[in-house]
Write a protein of this length. Structure first.
Length: 649
């Protein structure tokens, strides 16, 4: 590849010929640029019909993805099959673009050519999902299709009349109720666009600015490298939203630094994993599922971001407290290269790289749609990049941004395509509503029993599926069961959202923790367990949404204030109890008393309830927490100068 274009080559085994690698890499980059142009055009002008936009987008991304998979395959038969399937993937987008008016005129009734194209489309979806995500989602899609086809053989209320290939084609391909449904729309309008913004900002150096800002803020505090890791990974998550991507991005720098000052490999990896998973719940740019939630609930994304603000800050605050206490317990060294000097240098020399992110927040507050704000901020990023040679990107750099964005979003696009097919079948057969009723029947109309069942279902689905796919299925299957009991929709959806993404740090499929362990050299499962201890807020806070809806900015000013105060005390107190150190080691009795006091503060009734039992429980809890904090701190009171002199003598 001449003119420096060799940077655009995709990684391939050494057995690939240079011409093959060059051709496939060129096609991949061309498809990535085409997908980027399509998304920006749709976001800025909004003139492309939903079905056409979504089908064209998926054709471009899936074709590129299959080229990528084929180039990396070692078996020549698999490789060329992927290349052939990449060509097939382009057909549905072209067909729907050209035949859209005809499809509308015949009421989306499938013709013979449509059936063959649908079969090819499902083959593309299944192969892409298998290569990008594994077998779990493939099995789920196949099971859904089998249920739609053979439903007439199932007795009882869970059976149905059965649907043939023509009906499945009409629903899943020729309408916006299946593969090209709402999930794919969110991938086009939000996920790819914000991933593009994040990739661009990382390319011009905004990620390193976050890391240095965090190091400057934590300064030379004991445990500073751990605090830097927690803060920088959380900040980076605001432009990324992917826990694993955050780990591999910031962890390569922060984990060795933490180990250098005395953190164990397991603890260093756990801190990075827990911090990196904060990006999915922390505004302004949360994980992809947050955009899905806004579309499903039919509310502005700004409302979802505002509702997620306090819980996200509670998570980060508890993590920072835990990291600081662990540093004290281990008596760690300080980061001598950090401090105010680094902070000042970073702000003065590279602070301008934060302009796009600041502008994003400003435009969202001013009422711009997320897509408009993202496009404007991409323009800002391109305008500030030439200011310094180190941040400047040319045409090749822009092509690399498009390429890296497509690679990063490929698993999410595959997931939403598969989830769209499953949701289409659930809606077609009515199974989704029946499963919600089953959960309510099993829980016996008891709110807490149903919440526990919902948390378990969300956790299990989250283990096998990406967050976006897990949330989509839970929103269809489980959220209606919670709303039937009177919970506000945003509370129900936030509950399943949190439990759907907690699997990033919880065994047996703790991808973020495992990625961190691979960098730190620690034990993967021990790292995951440490991550759970540090990130326990994700397991606790969803239940607080029910009794403290003020955490989601719901209710009166008094409810919001009391929710924040009580939740803050409870979360910080439990963090201290789990750490077992507060100036000195805490005894088992002290730790248990602290935990019991915190649970009393978080008494499971309405936060604004003023009945004697609730008031008494919270009052006792506050006294226990206050006394348990005072004792270790009192034991650390400074030694008088005369006493110290006598001791030395």
């Amino acid at each position: 590849m001449p003119f420096g274009l060799e940077q655009l080559r995709l990684q391939a085994p050494d057995t690939r010929s240079a011409p093959e690698t060059a051709v496939v890499s060129g096609l991949f980059v061309a498809l990535a640029i085409g997908a980027t142009a399509l998304v920006i055009n749709g976001a800025y002008f909004g003139l492309i019909t939903a079905l056409i936009l979504r089908s064209a987008f998926f054709s471009l991304v899936s074709s590129a993805g299959l080229l990528f998979v084929g180039l990396r395959a070692r078996n020549s038969g698999v490789r060329w099959a992927c290349y052939a399937l990449a060509a097939v993937a382009l057909v549905p987008g072209v067909h729907l673009w050209q035949s859209y008016i005809d499809i509308v005129m015949r009421g989306a009734m499938a013709t013979e050519p449509d059936l063959w194209i649908f079969v090819g489309l499902m083959a593309v979806v299944l192969v892409l999902v298998r290569m990008a995500l594994g077998w779990a989602l493939v099995i789920l899609v196949v099971a859904a299709l089998a249920y739609a086809w053979f439903g007439d053989l199932i007795p009882g209320k869970y059976g149905h009349g059965g649907y043939d290939l023509r009906r499945l084609t009409s629903t899943l391909m020729l309408s916006t109720e299946g593969i090209y449904g709402l999930p794919m729309g969110v991938a086009v309008e939000y996920i790819f666009l914000f991933a593009l913004l994040g990739t661009l900002l990382m390319r011009i150096g905004t990620g390193s600015v976050f890391v240095d800002l965090a190091r400057g803020l934590t300064g030379r505090v004991q445990g500073g490298p751990g605090l830097s890791a927690a803060l920088s990974s959380s900040l980076l998550g605001t432009i990324n939203g992917s826990a694993v991507a955050n780990v591999v991005t910031t962890g390569t720098f922060t984990i060795p630094l933490m180990k250098r000052v005395g953190y164990t490999p397991n603890l260093a990896g756990a801190i990075e994993a827990a911090a990196s998973s904060a990006g999915q719940i922390l505004p302004p740019v949360m994980g992809a599922a947050a955009f899905l939630m806004a579309e499903i609930l039919g509310v502005p994304y700004q409302q979802i971001a505002l509702a997620a603000l306090v819980p996200g800050l509670l998570y980060v605050a508890a993590l920072l407290v835990a990291v600081r206490l662990e540093a004290g317990r281990l008596d760690l060294a300080r980061d001598t290269t950090a401090g105010l000097a680094l902070l000042r240098e970073t702000v003065l020399k590279r602070g301008y790289l934060l302009v796009p992110l600041i502008a994003l927040i400003v435009f969202l507050v001013l009422g711009y749609t997320p897509t408009q704000a993202a496009v404007i901020c991409i323009v800002f990023g391109l305008l500030i990049s030439p200011w310094r040679k180190s941040t400047r990107i040319g045409p090749v750099g822009l092509a690399m941004v498009c390429r890296d964005t497509l690679v990063a979003t490929l698993p999410i696009v595959a997931a939403v395509a598969a989830a769209g097919a499953v949701i289409g079948v659930l809606n077609l057969t009515g199974l989704g509503l029946m499963l919600s009723s089953l959960i309510v029947e099993t829980g016996g109309q008891q709110l807490w029993a149903i919440l526990l069942l919902t948390a378990l279902a969300s956790f299990v689905l989250g283990m096998g599926l990406p967050t976006s796919a897990a949330y989509l299925l839970l929103a269809v299957l489980v959220a209606p069961a919670l709303t039937k009991l009177g919970l506000p929709p945003i509370v129900a959806h936030m509950f399943i959202f949190y439990y759907g993404l907690v699997s990033a740090i919880t065994p047996p499929v703790a991808l973020a923790a495992y990625a961190a362990a691979s960098i730190s050299g620690g034990d993967a499962n021990k790292t995951a367990m440490e991550s759970v201890r540090l990130g326990f807020v994700k397991l606790l806070v969803p239940f607080l949404f029910v009794t403290m809806p003020g955490l989601l900015m719901l209710g009166s000013g008094l409810q919001i204030a009391l929710s924040i105060v009580f939740a803050g005390i409870g979360v910080v107190g439990l963090t201290i109890s789990f750490a077992g150190w507060l100036g000195r080691s805490m005894s088992v009795v002290e730790r248990l008393a602290m935990a019991a006091g915190c649970l009393l503060v978080l008494w499971p009734t309405d936060v604004a309830a003023f009945d004697p039992v609730t008031l008494g429980a919270r009052a006792v809890g506050l006294l226990v927490v206050g006394f348990t904090i005072w004792r270790p701190l009192a034991d650390r009171r400074p030694v008088p100068a005369t006493e110290e002199a006598g001791t030395k003598a």
